[in-house]
Design a protein around this ligand. Structure first.
Ligand code: FA5
Length: 327
């Protein structure tokens, strides 16, 4: 059985890298010599099998050891050659790999979600392609209502639309869940409007909805104040003025002062009784408040970004500035 052992050992000892790889298949592969040898033991007469099996396994282990030793020897030699090369500088830093970053909108959204979930809110989602009913009708904005003009809508051929705000998820949530409700809905919105430094056709809002017995304007303003303080992390001049939205009564606009003037970021109000009804909730029993934060604009305020277009411009030099905050 041993007659080829010396031949195999000699082949291994003389092999270079590529020959060694071939030998791996020829010796240990599925139809390799050593595999066949070990398998062949089963064909022998029963009384020979034990000794033959032991010998075959021993031989295979010996050849395997020689094979491994040769492979190590070649690897050591290759490394030694590389280190000895005149232009090799072990102190030179290796290539820098960028680890990628979270987008600033994702960073701020996640912080807001953390903040609100710590106050007992849950995160709800809704579709970006909406029906007229959820985006307008159920929010007390009938077909001929002037408020539709302020949200220039991308209509689809089938009569549906790209949601112009996250408010339709208020209705979807009320229809799905029973009060007490405390939800937030971060998500994308779409409007067919002229893009400028503070307006995008695609932007993010974060809706909030609280419905319970005895919810008041004081609860609303307290939640809004907490939210702005936590998320913007600096002293800001905030203005509260009446705001008109058909789905709230009374409604407010919370604006933040910037170098360019007041920026609208946090419209809110007490949920209109008709909206509660559309959601299947009795307005005699429950009250609620809602807000529709301009999430993209909050990101701008947070990082001092003065042009909304940079956020979706895809310029890596812009995005890499957030490399540290995204960790
Ligand atoms: C709304 O969309 C209401 N659904 C908000 C609301 C919800 C009010 C719940 C009351 C209760 P408005 O159209 O003002 O409202 O948009 C809300 C915020 O989204 C704005 O304050 C602004 O910060 C942001 N926003 C609106 N349009 C754009 C745009 N084109 N680009 C970037 N941000 C925008």
């Amino acid at each position: 059985m041993d007659h080829r052992k010396d031949e195999w050992l000699a082949a291994i000892a003389a092999a270079d890298d590529s020959r060694l790889r071939e030998l791996d298949g020829e010796l240990f592969g599925k139809s390799g010599d050593l595999t066949a040898l070990v398998k062949g033991v089963a064909q022998l007469p029963k009384e020979e099998r034990r000794d033959a099996g032991r010998a075959a396994n021993q031989l295979k282990a010996e050849i395997q050891a020689a094979y491994d030793a040769r492979r190590q020897e070649l690897a050591d030699a290759a490394l030694a050659a590389e280190l000895a090369a005149p232009d090799f500088d072990p102190t030179e830093p290796g290539p820098k790999h960028s680890r990628g970053t979270l987008h600033p909108i994702t960073v701020v959204r996640d912080e807001l979600v953390d903040l609100f979930t710590s106050m007992g809110f849950t995160w709800q989602d809704g579709p970006e392609v909406e029906s007229d009913f959820f985006n307008f009708e159920a929010l007390n904005i009938p077909a001929d209502h002037p408020a539709r003009d302020s949200q220039d809508t991308f209509w689809l051929d089938d009569g549906n639309l790209l949601r112009t705000h996250t408010s339709p998820v208020q209705i979807r949530t009320m229809q799905r869940m029973k009060p007490p409700l405390k939800v937030i809905v971060p998500g994308r919105c779409f409007r067919q409007e002229t893009v400028d430094a503070t307006h995008e056709h695609t932007f993010y809002q974060m809706e909030g909805l609280v419905v319970d017995k005895g919810v008041s304007t004081a609860n609303l303003l307290h939640t809004m104040k907490t939210c702005l303080r936590e998320i913007l992390r600096r002293d800001l001049v905030v203005r509260c003025r009446p705001g008109f939205f058909p789905f709230v009564e009374p409604g407010f606009e919370l604006d933040v002062k910037t170098e360019r003037g007041w920026m609208e970021i946090l419209p809110c109000g007490m949920v209109h009784p008709r909206v509660l009804q559309a959601g299947g909730i009795d307005p005699e029993e429950y009250t609620g408040f809602a807000f529709g934060m301009g999430l993209t604009r909050v990101v701008m305020l947070r990082y001092g970004i003065d042009d909304i277009r940079t956020l979706s411009g895809g310029d890596l030099r812009f995005l890499r500035q957030f490399e540290e905050v995204g960790r």
